[in-house]
Design a protein around this ligand. Structure first.
Ligand code: GLU
Length: 482
């Protein structure tokens, strides 16, 4: 292994950071940390038409949210164009590149002819044979030209850290363009020059880049530069086994952040898309991942993005959080329900902690707090129809009224513990000669509006006597309208 491991994440600011890009960033970051190396960030903004400042900022903020901090100064690819052009000049001078004056129309025509003849669509090197005089003459007429890399004869070997060895016949590769007619470098050239200048030792990226790698290796060879190690990660697929894209719904990290996912959960889940800590473990901390991660143990197979599993992991993280930390996160989500936010503030921290303690194991998303905990703050105004059908029977008004009376009688007795509530409820069920369930389910629906909730006695204890009595009365009034 080379002295210091130096890896990079190289997003293009032409869109938000999506799940695939985030996983690439995470794998690079883990690899760097595992090897006590450096993780660098380079923004590849040479596509001026599609790159925007908004995406640039959004990508950086998503990386920060994920807890992926980069070492050294951020590299902006467009600031290196002068270096890219110098390298193109070097390649021209050494005979590894040449000027091509073919017009887009003639190239298009050649491509179509090749298609018709079922021949490979490879540039025929028409311009490679031009003499210096011919070139000067064309240039003097201001005929636009691109610069192509002259693919050498032979074969190119790629020893991928994940996929193993692949040998590519150079004859299958086109003399690719390295400098466009407008004097801008292409991706293939810029990426090699920047990776070299940044001292990158390992390139870890999605295997959608696999076809670029032989071209880049040829450039390294032509320039006499050390070739970094490559690792191409398998693609992420949707549940329909097609490559994950917007069609599958949310793919940008921002979207997941807004929906109420925790960055630790996303980080954890994405490490599992291609890597496994073994022993069937799914929950693993960053530190342990960094310690145990080996790139050669990365799977060659595509990984399916499973939102249900991500939610499960998110729930595990929420359930394991300290209440103060969770309360802070939940509060930030309450911008989505201003009224609830106000009620949460009014009731104060102590109450919020009690609610969270009871509910946190049920929250798949932070935003689930709104429906799941809303009834600790607001009286229900509607009741879940399937639950009504199931739990509100003919005798329900009477059951609820009697319970209300019991609670009212207990109002001033001072003992409002969970145990006392349970004892009273069971006593009432016995008195009315009904099962405890026949009392508990309708009461839950009356108090929350839902058919499921945390333990009823605990919940009644938190809600307090007045709220319980009022909600029982409201439910009876509602039942009378049915
Ligand atoms: N900017 C390229 C992309 O966003 C990454 C290039 C690379 O990793 O080599 O796909």
């Amino acid at each position: 292994m080379k002295n210091e491991v130096r890896v990079r994440f190289a997003p293009s600011p032409t869109g938000h950071l999506h799940i695939g890009g985030a996983r690439t960033a995470i794998f690079n970051w883990i690899f760097a940390r595992h090897n006590d190396g450096k993780f660098l960030l380079r923004v590849e903004d040479t596509d001026k038409k599609r790159s925007t400042k908004e995406y640039f900022d959004a990508i950086l903020s998503s990386l920060k949210w994920l807890g992926i901090e980069w070492d050294e100064d951020l590299t902006i690819q467009s600031e290196n164009i002068h270096l890219h052009r110098e390298v193109v000049k070097r390649l021209l001078e050494s005979g590894s590149a040449y000027k091509c004056f073919c017009t887009p129309e003639s190239l298009d025509w050649k491509r179509k002819e090749a298609q018709k003849a079922k021949l490979p669509e490879i540039y025929d090197r028409e311009c490679l044979g031009f003499s210096d005089d011919e070139i000067k003459n064309l240039e003097s007429k201001n005929i636009p030209f691109v610069i192509r890399f002259k693919v050498p004869v032979g074969e190119t070997v790629l020893n991928d850290l994940i996929h193993g060895k692949t040998v590519v016949q150079n004859s299958e590769i086109d003399d690719f363009v390295i400098l466009r007619a407008d004097d801008t470098p292409t991706y293939q050239l810029a990426v090699v020059v920047d990776d070299h200048n940044m001292g990158i030792t390992h390139i870890i990226r999605g295997n959608d880049h696999l076809s670029n790698t032989p071209k880049q290796i040829m450039l390294y060879n032509a320039l006499g530069w050390a070739i970094p190690d490559f690792a191409h990660m398998p693609m992420i697929l949707g549940t329909d086994k097609a490559r994950l894209s917007k069609r599958h719904g949310a793919v940008s990290l921002e979207h997941y952040q807004e929906q109420g996912y925790l960055s630790d959960a996303i980080f954890n889940y994405l490490t599992l898309l291609g890597w496994s800590p073994g022993e069937d473990r799914e929950i693993i901390s960053r530190d342990e991942t960094v310690e145990r991660f080996e790139i050669c143990n990365t799977s060659k197979k595509s990984a399916v993005f499973d939102e249900i599993k991500l939610q499960w992991i998110n729930n595990q993280y929420i359930a394991g959080m300290k209440l103060t930390e969770l309360a802070g996160m939940v509060r930030r989500k309450l911008v989505q329900d201003i009224e609830l936010g106000r009620l949460v503030e009014e009731k104060g921290d102590e109450y919020l902690f009690r609610v969270l303690e009871l509910q946190k194991s049920r929250l798949k998303l932070l935003t689930d707090f709104i429906p799941f905990a809303g009834y600790f703050y607001r009286d229900p105004v509607t009741y879940d129809p399937p639950a009504i059908k199931k739990h509100w029977l003919k005798n329900t008004p009477e059951v609820l009224q009697r319970l209300g009376r019991v609670r009212l009688a207990m109002k001033d007795c001072g003992d409002y513990s969970e145990e006392r509530i349970e004892k009273d409820m069971r006593g009432l069920a016995e008195e009315m000669d009904i099962s405890a369930a026949k009392l508990i389910h309708p009461t839950r629906l009356a108090l929350t509006g839902y058919g499921v909730s945390p333990g009823l006695f605990e919940m009644m204890h938190i809600l307090g006597q007045d709220t319980v009595i009022r909600r029982l009365e409201n439910a009876v009034a509602y039942l009378q309208t049915l």
